[in-house]
Design a protein around this ligand. Sequence first.
Ligand code: CU
Length: 192
Amino acid sequence: MDETLFYVFGIALVLSAVGLSAIGLRSESFPPSGAAVAGLIAYFAILVGGTATFAVLNARDDQRKRNAEQAEAAATQPAPSGATTTGSTTTKPAPTGKATTLKLAAEPNAIAYDTTQLSGTAGQVTIDFDNPSALTHDVCLEAPTGAEIGCSDTISQGTASLAENLKPGKYTFFCSVDSHRQAGMEGTLTVK
Ligand SMILES: [Cu+2]
């Protein structure tokens, strides 16, 4: 919206008011006739209406401009301490640390794993389990509290994996098939 129109109407209104009062003060027969009064009222109504209309349009225009500027500022800002940053940090469920992938295999000719010690870092820990034996095995995880966290698929002559989100602590990994755990298929997974 062109602001000059608003000022033209405003200035015309002020000049007319000043001129009219000057005429009114000098002329004793003012206002001269009913038709002139009606004309003057219409003239002022148009000026006032025009000024008010342009004032409203200008205000609306300014508001739109301000909204656009704010939107632009919000979009271009890198948000160093804004709501976006705090939002993303709070919604991320994983604790600190990178994803760890550990390898574990079963012995081909014994009821045993190839190791009794595994270690990883806190966060997503994946155990890639390889079982070359014809005997079925799996790998399960037990929390430091003794609660079972999960198990991989039970497999023979194949691979399976178990992925869990782990906090630091000493976990136990074991085979849940038959009495393999009692036979020695278990070990400690240390998460730092
Ligand atoms: Cu087993």
